[in-house]
Design a protein. Structure first.
Length: 279
């Protein structure tokens, strides 16, 4: 019984903390998967030297710098360039031939983290001769992640894995063609960054900002509860042009969502969908 009471108290504290963050800073984590948030908040307790979430709430409300640090725990910033190479191969071989028919292209990477997927898409488009007529919108709710993504700088130790994934995606060039290495880091070329727009955008509270031909939102929805998943998918549906494409993560699906009927499977194994003509 004491354990259940303690658990219930922690649940109340977590709800109050998430509500406080929304009211104070307008970041909405109320429909995120609470079990996942709980694990990350427990890690944050140690970092900020708090014994309870109530203590952490007090610091978050009165010390904005604490909330800025907490965002690193509340948002998941784990990715790789060309992560799941078969997804990028599907884009390369099956989606880009359709996108090639448009005079100009707009792509939305929702939940861009530190930019690994954004630069992957830019390289993919450059290899296909499409980057010059493409604008890539990269959005996230984490300001530090957006700053890192816009810089295009990665530790050199990560590059062998990046290059391996790139080759496995059906690459026709070497990844080293697109960056400069120095002082233990690599910087991706400005010619790639010139086709990117980085912006703060929340799938929980914000609206559609542009019509796009492809939305890539991978390994983001798994951290949302069903209602927020449906809201995000509704934004993607609204943003996509006639017969536009949607790419999700390997553990994500449109099945059972409120927007299932608006899309058809395009490359099912790689979670690539196409908006129906009637949607």
């Amino acid at each position: 019984m004491p354990h259940r009471k303690l658990s219930k108290t922690a649940d109340i504290e977590q709800r109050l903390l998430i509500d406080a963050i929304y009211l104070r800073y307008h970041y909405d984590f109320r429909s995120y998967a609470q079990a996942s948030l709980r694990r990350r908040l427990n890690t944050a307790l140690t970092q900020f030297q708090c014994k309870t979430l109530s203590q952490l709430q007090d610091r978050v409300l009165h010390e904005p710098e604490v909330f800025a640090g907490m965002l690193e725990y509340l948002t998941v910033q784990v990715s790789d360039m060309f992560r799941d190479p078969d997804y990028f191969r599907a884009l390369r071989e099956q989606v880009l031939p359709h996108l090639r028919t448009y005079p100009s292209l707009k792509i939305w990477v929702a939940g861009c983290s530190a930019g690994e997927e954004v630069y992957s898409l830019a390289v993919l488009l450059q290899e296909a001769g499409l980057l010059e007529r493409t604008l890539i919108y990269a959005t996230d709710i984490n300001p530090k992640a957006l700053q890192a993504a816009s810089a295009g700088v990665f530790d050199v130790e990560r590059v062998p894995a990046f290059s391996q994934n790139h080759a496995a995606s059906g690459a026709v060039t070497s990844l080293s063609d697109y960056y400069t290495a120095a002082y233990g880091r690599v910087v991706f070329h400005k010619s790639l960054r010139d086709h990117m727009v980085f912006s703060d955008h929340s799938l929980a509270t914000d609206s559609v900002f542009s019509e796009v031909h492809l939305v890539s939102c991978r390994n983001v929805l798994i951290y949302f509860e069903r209602a927020l998943q449906d809201r995000a998918l509704g934004l993607f549906r609204e943003a996509l042009c006639h017969r536009g494409f949607l790419g999700l993560g390997s553990k994500e699906s449109l099945r059972f969502s409120a927007h299932t009927d608006a899309f058809e499977d395009f490359v099912p194994l790689q979670r690539v969908y196409r908006k129906k003509s009637s949607a």
